[in-house]
Design a protein around this ligand. Structure first.
Ligand code: MN3
Length: 381
């Protein structure tokens, strides 16, 4: 039995992870969860799973929790500072980090430092802190949950690292595939929040529309699999059946295919190296359309190139990129900037901040703060 702490439990990945825990209750036990502010959700979970710990990141909510809302033996803790504590608990075997944004990095750092298995869905923290996180990860300790990276991880099992020739990172293209710059200029947040394939949270849905998500995933793959940015090629595959491919030096290519359902990579991050009964539908390949591919339009979707550039620069550049993007993404969702402003703001911040080697979590936090305020000033214009 594997004891699980689930961070970001009420988000899209978190809820699907809970589904996997329900289905495989004989193999995994949900012991602790963390939510930002979803109090009702946390209370329901605490009762259903008889949780030992609940962390509520928003410290303001401490006042509004009545003493008898949670089961008597559930320890309820408040504040983001408690996330790392949760990862360090002796009774936890595996941390599922499904937090969104740079905030998840300390928890990832804590989980790796004390030897827990880390099922990783918090791509932003790998993007900004890969230089600090990856040296802590023992082989097989950090298992990616991002579907493309789970696919690559599975393709690489049993293969020598030096045999990797290229990674083909597949991309659905987002809801605005095929649009021109002029058409993109008129996109609203509501248009962007209707993503065709995956069930996702709002932040990543906008990132998928700008292709910043794919750019972040290029940097994520660079860190996770120790391959240079130029060896990672983005390939449009609208059907989302191939979740990525690895091409080897002898010309052989391995791909990972399955339904577009996040419960598959979530479950694999828990079951690895074993495989459990599916939590999602099996595909009938007789019924599938021919698999199709296209080239990404890097001119129309400029965020991808910005991310590739930040990845090549390395050091704190991905942290600067990510912070500016988090600010611009949120502003777009709130109607405070246009779709193309996201790219403009990220480009501006990257251009005006110099990148340095990453020293520590504190160093990243200060770069993050500076990039956010520079991005925020662009919004006021
Ligand atoms: Mn992905």
């Amino acid at each position: 039995m594997q004891n699980i702490a689930l961070l970001g439990a009420s988000g899209s990945i978190g809820r699907q992870a809970i589904d996997v825990c329900r289905k495989h209750a004989d193999k995994v036990k949900l012991v602790a969860i963390a939510v930002k502010s979803s109090l009702e959700f946390a209370i329901a979970c605490a009762h259903e799973f008889d949780l030992a710990y609940v962390v509520i990141s928003d410290p303001e909510l401490e006042k509004s929790v009545s003493a008898d809302a949670f089961p008597a033996h559930t320890k309820v803790l408040f504040g983001t500072g408690r996330l790392s504590e949760l990862c360090e608990l002796d009774e936890i075997d595996c941390v599922v980090n499904a937090l969104v944004g740079a905030v998840g990095i300390s928890a990832g750092y804590a989980a790796l430092s004390c030897g827990k298995r880390l099922a990783y869905a918090n791509k932003e923290s790998i993007v900004i802190g890969g230089d600090l996180l990856m040296p802590l990860a023992a082989p097989g300790q950090l298992i990616p949950v991002d579907s493309e990276h789970s696919a690559i991880f599975q393709c690489l099992i049993g293969e020598p690292h030096e045999a990797i020739f290229k990674i083909w990172l597949t991309c659905s293209g987002g809801p605005f595939f095929g649009m021109t710059r002029a058409e993109l200029a008129r996109i609203t947040a509501a248009d962007a929040l209707a993503h065709p394939t995956w069930l996702m949270g709002d932040k990543i849905t906008i990132d998928s529309a700008t292709l910043m998500n794919k750019g972040l995933e290029v940097i994520e793959a660079h860190h996770l699999f120790d391959v240079p940015i130029y060896s990672i090629e983005v390939l449009i595959h609208r059907q989302s059946k191939i979740h990525s491919m690895v091409e080897f030096t002898d010309g052989s290519v391995k791909a990972n295919l399955c339904a577009a359902d996040m419960r598959m990579p979530i479950q694999y991050a828990l079951s690895y190296p074993d495989r459990w009964e599916a939590s999602c539908a099996h595909l009938d390949w007789h019924a599938e359309a021919p698999l199709a591919f296209a080239r990404v339009d890097a001119e129309a979707f400029g965020c991808l190139a910005l991310a590739q550039q930040a990845g090549r620069t390395g050091g704190t550049a991905p942290c600067i990129l990510n912070a500016a993007n988090e600010v611009a993404n949120e502003a777009f969702r709130a109607g405070r900037c246009t779709f193309l402003d996201i790219e403009r703001i990220v480009a501006h911040v990257l251009e005006h901040m110099e990148a340095f080697p990453v020293e520590s979590l504190e160093h990243l936090a200060s770069v993050d703060t500076e990039a956010r305020s520079l991005a925020a000033r662009q919004l006021e214009r």
